[in-house]
Design a protein around this ligand. Structure first.
Ligand code: UD1
Length: 339
């Protein structure tokens, strides 16, 4: 099958592209490189021994995405391309709605024109908002609490409406919990630009000496050690989840929604400890006040993906930290050569 991967040069996109290639699929990557590096595509080619048809382009340019469908003979699309920084989305909501929502509409128009009606969408557990009814199941009402999350929620609505209106569409919405880790070769991984917003890349930069200490947001949550609990999932497990979803949906049509998480939560302090063990060094940290908008605990009800896709996460927190550390320590500045 020939799969178009939008955002395929990014963190989750590059690992999924590798997984697709290793499973015999052809991949066209469409990516504007605003938050990713062409080096990741080269390394995916190196690791797989296969060529990626890489096209630099922006989904806001309708002609650019139209020509991919006109030229490439695409069978299915995995759609990762989008902006994802919560804080930036609060400061600049129009940028987020334009980029994520309009970009997706352009993609859907191109798909419709070329008769490709199979899409897997990169959604997020962020659509559950501050819901505290853990484990979080797919049937919960959506209630995103910031513009970034609302773009994910709106795109989910657009896609469900589309498949309700035209039964030829096959739509899969994958809601990821907290991605971490890297391919076990250490050749590809997450390359945050600027100061990382997320916990694991921040810890990794402290461990490698690029930052002094981890700031732990809140020590007074109603959790066993007082710090926030999240469901960290290995990026290679996520990649495998996309492949499983593509295989499962095969010729099925309609809308499918699955959480991709481990079903287990870890606290901030547990993650710092696990990373410290993986890196063989102590990781300084300091407690600071809670980050506004953070929930005390979030972890997946992961039973639906197991039941329908036969998929479950295979890698634990220790393995996630080992692989993340291998990537970070052999590429201290990610795909760049210096800060
Ligand atoms: C964040 C986003 C969410 C997004 C997800 C994956 C927010 C409010 N939510 O989720 O929309 O889908 O990333 O990209 O930003 N923490 C620290 N110190 C840090 C960073 C984080 O203590 O420097 C804590 C947080 O309070 C939280 C946990 O670590 O308890 C995980 O945080 P993070 O990695 O930012 O993920 P989420 O907040 O779950």
């Amino acid at each position: 099958m020939k799969v178009l991967v939008t955002g395929g040069a990014g963190y989750i996109g590059s690992h999924t592209t590798l997984c697709l290639l290793e499973n015999g699929h052809d991949v066209v990557v469409f990516d504007n490189l605003v938050n990713s590096s062409p080096e990741s595509v080269q390394r995916v080619e190196e690791l797989s021994g296969k060529k990626v048809d890489f096209r630099r382009g922006d989904l806001l340019n309708a002609h650019a995405i139209d020509s991919v469908f006109a030229e490439c003979g695409i069978d299915a699309v995995i759609h990762f391309a989008g902006l994802k920084a919560v804080g930036e989305s609060v400061e600049n909501p129009l940028k987020y709605y334009r980029n994520n929502v309009i970009g997706t509409l352009n993609l859907l128009d191109s798909m419709e024109k070329s008769g490709v009606r199979r899409l897997v969408f990169s959604s997020s557990a962020t659509v559950y908002g501050a819901a505290e009814h853990v484990p979080l199941s797919e049937s919960l009402p959506l209630d995103a609490t910031n513009p970034y999350g609302r773009t994910k929620e709106q795109i989910e609505d657009i896609l469900s409406d589309l498949s309700a209106a035209d039964p030829r569409w096959s739509i899969t919405l994958l809601r990821y919990f907290n991605p971490a880790g890297a391919h076990e070769s250490g050749r590809i991984g997450e390359h945050p630009q600027g100061r990382p917003n997320n916990l694991v890349p921040f810890i990794a930069q402290v461990a490698v000496g690029r930052r002094d200490k981890v700031l732990v947001f809140g020590s007074d949550y109603p959790t066993p050690d007082g710090t926030g609990i999240r469901d960290y999932i290995h990026v290679m497990d996520l990649a495998a989840g996309h492949l499983a979803a593509l295989q499962y949906t095969g010729n099925k049509t309609g809308t499918f929604r699955w959480n991709l998480g481990t079903g287990r939560g870890s606290s901030v302090l547990e993650v710092i400890q696990a990373f410290s063990a993986a890196a063989g060094r102590s990781i300084p940290y300091e407690f600071v006040p809670r980050r506004p908008g953070d929930a005390a605990r979030s972890y997946a009800d992961a039973t639906a993906a197991l039941e329908h896709l036969g998929w479950s996460a295979q890698r634990d927190l220790a393995k996630m930290c080992e692989d993340h550390w291998r990537w970070q320590s052999s590429n201290p500045f990610g795909f760049a050569t210096e800060n």
